[in-house]
Design a protein around this ligand. Structure first.
Ligand code: PEP
Length: 256
């Protein structure tokens, strides 16, 4: 059985002070519990050390929202995967739709970033998903297929253990509009079939595929109960301890 993952993407929110407060609240709620699934938070770079203090020795996992495609050198402003690992991160998000949109990042960069993450021993969370216009044009599956085909077979050392997929329909991110369970299951099932074709049936059976897009405590249960949904990547609702923990509880109940 695949272990669920609830991952919070704090985006450009919560500096070290506020981040420590939220991490402390999550950590104290999880303390002493034997969780069935994984719980991850991905703060901004500068907040990582403050959160690491709470993650250490707790079930709370720590990740970053991005990493450099370079290992080291004269690349002003960048942060390497090795540095993230040293700072206590186990995961890194790559190819979030906001980086595709605002930084114009594309497949060759995603491949290099995921390879650097794997070399550093990090688990990469690779995001993909169609735009509203693409869905309306009946191209959702074709877009997702191209996004997966453009990256997965090119990765030097991807396995079901060091790669997690996050299907995030862009029209559902931060909009309050969530994919219906029928759409989510169809797209996740389709994604898993793509993984089978690209990386093999065993990897497809074991690879975790998260849903992302306006996931909250009130809809998490029905999404996580779907057979090909293995948890969620959570934006807005991860910024508040009560709502994030409500989503964690939904995952725990489904995994029971
Ligand atoms: C995200 O940005 O990954 C995301 C899912 O955001 P939200 O939950 O706010 O839609």
């Amino acid at each position: 059985m695949r272990r669920t993952l609830v991952a919070g993407n704090w985006k450009l929110n919560l500096g070290p002070g506020a981040g420590a407060d939220l991490a402390a609240a999550i950590q104290s709620a999880l303390a002493g519990r034997k969780l069935r699934g994984d719980v991850l938070v991905c703060p901004p770079y500068v907040t990582i050390p403050a959160v690491a203090a709470f993650a250490q020795g707790s079930p709370l996992l720590l990740g970053a929202q991005d990493c450099s495609d370079q290992a080291k050198g004269a690349f002003t402003g960048q942060v390497s995967a090795v540095m993230l690992a040293e700072a206590g991160c186990s995961h890194v998000i790559v190819a979030h739709s906001e980086r595709r949109q605002y930084q114009r990042e594309t497949d060759p960069l995603f491949i290099a970033k995921i390879d650097r993450a794997h070399e550093a021993g990090l688990i990469a969370v690779f995001c993909y998903g169609e735009l509203l216009d693409e869905r309306r044009a009946g191209r959702a599956e074709a877009v997702v297929a191209a996004q997966l085909q453009g990256v997965l077979p090119q990765l030097a050392q991807a396995t079901a253990d060091n790669l997690i997929l996050a299907y995030e329909p862009v029209w559902a991110i931060g909009t309050g509009e969530t994919a219906t369970p029928a759409i989510a299951q169809q797209m996740h099932q389709y994604s898993r079939a793509q993984v089978a074709a690209l990386l093999g049936a065993d990897a497809a059976a074991r690879m975790r595929i998260l849903y992302g897009g306006s996931c909250k405590p009130s809809n998490a249960r029905e999404l996580f109960a779907l057979s090909d949904v293995d948890g969620g990547l959570i934006g807005g609702a991860s910024l508040d301890a009560e709502s994030f923990l409500g989503i964690v509880e939904a995952a725990e109940e489904i995994a029971a």
